[in-house]
Design a protein around this ligand. Sequence first.
Ligand code: ADP
Ligand code: MG
Length: 211
Amino acid sequence: MPVTAADLRAWIRAFAAQVAEERAYLTKLDSAIGDGDHGQNLNRGLSHAAEGLDNGNDDLPATMKSVAMAMISKTGGASGPLYGTFFMDAGKAVGERPSLDVAGVAELFRAGLSGVQRRGKAEPGDKTMVDALLPAVEALETAAENGEALPTALRNAKAAAEEGMKATTPLQARKGRASYLGERSKGHQDPGATSSYYLVAAAADTFGSSA
Ligand code: ADP
Ligand code: MG
């Protein structure tokens, strides 16, 4: 079953629900190495994004654009513009296609990640969102090359993102607020990598169960 605009809306709603549920946890992670607002920031942006989703007429790029605009205007923090860029670029990449197969989902995530990297200039290992997103993108691209079905591709991406998220714990932050702590940023899981894992997990739980 290919991914339709309705599936993208279900994905964003699932991401918003997960962030709402884990808001206190995200805030706790951000209190350790940042300013303790990541859960609140994302919850604000995503609840607006979820509310603004059209229930029927938006196509794939319009759906992603409406999420991007809500994230950019309502989230705040460093993560708002970064997630906004993720969805803006992801929407442009999927273009006017009516639905996405595994390769299309890989392209969507690759374009979103490239946007995050262009905007934030983070490299892998800098202890950011990139550390969860990049392994997920690579897993999706490998799955597409190997002709895997969507549920398998997304299951692999979710596992890869989870591993990437956990691997941020020992790292020293080199981007964002946490980088001000220098060595003291070590030993804490990155809040943005954690929310990015939820983004991938929400895709796995929505697109991955449809086939
Ligand atoms: P702020 O740091 O402004 O309070 P948030 O708390 O909402 O913003 O988000 C913090 C998260 O943003 C970090 O955990 C990190 O993953 C991510 N982040 C910060 N700077 C960058 C960057 N340049 N590139 C990628 N991700 C970043
Ligand atoms: Mg913060």
